[in-house]
Design a protein around this ligand. Sequence first.
Ligand code: AMP
Length: 629
Amino acid sequence: MTDPHRPDRWPVPDSVLRRLRSDPEDDITRAAQDPDGFWLEQARQYEWTREPTTALTWNRPDMQWFADGQTNITLNALDRHARGENRTRAALIWLSETGERQIYTYGLLLEQVERAAAGLRHLGVQPGDRVVIYMPLTPEGVIAMLACARLGAVHSVVYAGLGVGALRDRITDAGARVVITADVGYRRGKLVDLYGIAAEAIAELGGVEHLILWERIKTYQREHDARTVPWETLFTHGHAPAVTVNAEDPLFILYTSGSTGKPKGVIHTHGGYMVGTAYHLRQLFDVRGGDVFFCTSDIGWIVGHSYIVYGPLVAGATVLFREGAPDFPDTGVLWRAVQEYGVDILFTAPTTLRLFMKLGADTLKPHDLTRLRVVACAGEALNPEAWRWAQEHIGGGLGEGAHAAVIDHWWQTELGAPTLGTHPRWPVRPGYAGRPLAGVDADIVDENGQSVPDGQQGHLVIRRPFPSMMRGIHGNPDKYAQIWNENPAGYLSGDLATRDEHGYISILGRSDDVLSVAGHRIGSADVEDALVSHPAVAEAAVIGIPDELKGQSIIAHVILRRGFEDQVGQGLRASITEHVRRELGPIATPAEIRVVEALPKTRSGKILRRLLRAQALGEDPGDLTTLEG
Ligand code: AMP
């Protein structure tokens, strides 16, 4: 029998329902009956230079949305608001780790973006050119993104916590002509030398013509790359209007880790991405004009693209974002911001909730969080304990009297916007991400594309395209086609899942060797590549093991090159760890380096990570018949 204090499904109390504005049911029905009509109606709420007359054009795996439409996402994210009543509304509220604050109204943000775009145009940036943005989480980072979009150039933001090797690979793969960076970023009070990393990354890359440098602290001296252009000079060339682009023209490339090889550059477009991201801001997150929406992600990730920048701005909302760790300089900093700025909706990651769960509810107590009405989580599974804790201490309780709904939802870099979720009106089933959202045709299938019965594990697939999905992988059409063609049922997410009798889906994890550390996807292949580029390492295999706070932590197994054995115990492990950190950045740093004599492999030479994982966790390794003799 179900424990009455821990029911399977938690209904949303009236005290929360009364505060919500959106209701998904009609949209879900309409989108299922007439998806094209539904999405076209959504699209027509925006400003188009030429209004689209068609929704989906589908020639699997190639999709187009609103193919005959023309616009520019910045027309909708900036001009539309800055020309009207929203001119004086705050578009961005930014807080720094050092206590700084900046507020940009829609009018001011448009003005800055027009100028930055004119400066980039002056440097020769053309529609379709790729610009890599390696910036800390600041308004300048957002302005850089929007300025590229305004010109029809394609930005590729690289998370400022990634290292030299990761940055170099992305600049090369994207074929970027311009890189935009800052002198420093802040991480827990320490300065990170972003310019130094960027200059090193492009040192050998002749294709990069300009390295634009925003100097936020003028005292940071170092050698300059000859291609360096000061950020300020961009703002001296007048104002650039939005370049009209086709709905299907690329807006950005964002790199994400796949199961094999180098990270893949996921391509998103102006039209479909705009319609999809803004739709869910209003529908799933329940944001309305006048609300303050706080997103704790970073512009380096898809959540930051969709829900710090494009979704909120297209919808005309006020977005709050903050550079720095959620518990630095003190554990109250996040909750003080929620109270001081009157945050209505919070979008965060389970790892952040678990951090505060560990620190204890006392860290929240001094702050009034009652204005919050939705707390949405994504990036990794919201485990039942963390949900319960957050609903109790952030949402105001598990029953009547609660003020906010704490909800899980699932999506991916490739999907651009929420795909499965527990709408704040729907009962919560802890451990389940939720149901397919409007316009999403998702299923759980076996290897042959047959639906599996409820309760059985299978592959999570998407049968029919929706507007915010990726259009391709930069320079790798085969990889893109494979994602749509590997399973006959549709787009293969790479996640394993089960469904319950109410249609709620629980995500069980990846079916491949991708790691999930603090909500970020990291390819085991990338970490292994970085390990073997250390002079002492001959071969490497990494696995993720459960970590209370971060979801997973990385354990690296390495076989040493001959002659290095006696350096173990003399700082060799630290040197290998530091090397990976430098190449890939802190999030990919192994928690432990294990020096081994051999790695378990199949007869075909594939490393059996499953076996390493079982060994690390002291579990039964399962079927070993394919193990090399
Ligand atoms: P990314 O593209 O980096 O955002 O990573 C997407 C991956 O993160 C998904 O394929 C899942 O493995 C995982 N993920 C994202 N959201 C959730 C969620 N709500 N529950 C479980 N896993 C999630």
